[in-house]
Design a binder for this molecule. Structure first.
Ligand SMILES: [Zn+2]
Ligand SMILES: [Zn+2]
Length: 423
């Protein structure tokens, strides 16, 4: 049995060596993945498997190393085509023989993406960059239908060209002025014959203790560049207006710190008929309150009074909500009709799944009745006659019924009366 176990382990190790790894699979991308997709896969997976996030988990550590290995192989055009031609084993052998070993230290690579020393900012002495809050305007229809979209912001990034060194040749030297200390002792004469030594920040290297020969052209030696950076955001159906989405370590980068978090707030933006309404839906004019939607519908006097009308309201996803009344069904001005289930989708973690069906809030339709400001004279005469006929027969006199005084006292008269009294 002892034998068997050893043999099995040996076989396993053998199998791993023979089969090797598929770098594309490691990053979860296709063979035709773009540079951008490879980068974004690395960003996500390296954070996920980072040993600081998975203390004591050796598998995660191995994956972390593998992910950076895969990134290094596929991010460079030359080595990618070499990998594509040779396959894993021959590629690895070639790399090792070429004296490049395993490429960068995986933590170095991580720090080129997220700054700092390649760790997650929870180590003593490790600085963390500021968190950043961004507001992104989202159309109501996207809150209703759900959408994955992209926005851009000017993010400070570690310079790719010099890998964050600031040097054209990527080589950083010890500052000769302060001998790498970052500080210098300066003698000050405070009075004749009295000299004191003061420790000052090295003006040659700005206190960093490092200097470079030739500044990187891309960043001018600043080690960072600010450039438009796309961020992908997924709006789930029914997410609240003002919902916050956190992107860990995706705020401004710097070699001096671990990037802070990017906090994105999704806010409903004013509807724009051109941009947000490709389907020409009425729903773009809905107003949202929590899970409910509000809509104002206009009726003519005839419709409000006599009934016999329909409206087709085009909702935010293009489906039709039918409103209407049969003949004889009256709607009072200002009446609010509740249409159940035609409000916003009620957000749920599971979304629309087998276990869970999306429920919806209500749609509230408020009716406004519009009186015509002109009429054909024939129509006016006929209507007048009609009203006169029924008014005399059994008309309602709202003035009489109100119990208000019959005698009319004008405001000016009232004032005059007062003056008389005072005299
Ligand atoms: Zn210095
Ligand atoms: Zn640079």
């Amino acid at each position: 049995m002892r034998f068997g176990k050893g043999l099995l382990l040996g076989l396993l190790a053998f199998a791993q060596v023979v089969m090797g790894e598929d770098y594309y699979k490691v990053l979860g991308v296709g063979k035709d993945a773009t540079e951008k997709q490879i980068k974004s896969a690395y960003r996500q997976l390296s954070k996920k498997y980072h040993p600081d996030k998975n203390p004591g988990d050796d598998t995660a550590h191995e994956k972390f190393v593998l992910v950076s290995e895969a990134y290094e192989a596929l991010s460079d055009q030359e080595s990618r085509s070499m990998y594509d031609q040779l396959g894993y084993d021959a590629y690895k052998q070639r790399k090792q023989n070429g004296g490049q070993g395993g490429g960068h230290d995986p933590f170095d690579l991580f720090s080129r993406f997220f700054g700092g020393s390649g760790h997650f900012g929870n180590r003593p002495g490790e600085r963390r960059g500021p968190n950043l809050e961004l507001k992104v305007g989202i159309a109501l229809r996207d809150f209703y239908n759900g959408k994955t979209t992209e926005f851009q912001w000017d993010k400070q990034q570690i310079c790719d060209e010099c890998e964050g060194t600031g040097a054209a040749d990527k080589v950083v030297h010890k500052c000769h002025a302060c001998n790498g200390q970052g500080v210098r002792l300066v003698r000050h004469q405070i009075a004749p014959g009295m000299v004191t030594q003061v420790q000052m920040q090295c003006d040659h290297c700005g206190g960093r203790g490092k200097s470079i020969k030739h500044k990187c052209k891309a960043c001018g030696g600043e080690r960072v560049v600010r450039k438009p950076t796309p961020v992908s955001v997924t709006i789930q159906r029914g997410m609240a207006n003002g919902v916050r989405i956190a992107y860990e370590n995706e705020a401004d980068e710097s070699p001096d710190w671990v990037a802070g978090d990017l906090q994105v707030t999704l806010v409903e933006k004013e509807p724009s008929l051109e941009e947000d309404n490709p389907d020409h839906v009425d729903g773009v004019f809905f107003r949202r309150k929590g899970n409910d939607l509000y809509w104002k519908e206009v009726l003519s006097v005839r419709e409000a009074w006599m009934g016999d009308w329909t409206r087709n309201l085009t909702h935010l996803d293009g489906h039709i909500v039918r409103l209407g009344r049969k003949r004889g069904e009256i709607i009072q001005p200002g009446h609010v009709e509740t249409v159940p289930g035609e409000g916003m989708p009620i957000w749920d973690e599971d979304g629309d799944s087998v276990y869970h069906k999306t429920q919806f809030g209500n749609l509230y339709v408020e009716y406004t009745v519009i009186l015509p400001d002109q009429m054909e004279s024939g129509m006016e005469k006929e209507l007048w006659a009609l009203f006169q006929k029924y008014r005399q027969k059994n008309g309602v006199d709202l003035h009489k019924d109100s119990g208000r005084p019959e005698k009319v006292v004008l405001h000016e008269d009232r004032e005059q009366e007062r003056e008389h009294e005072e005299l």
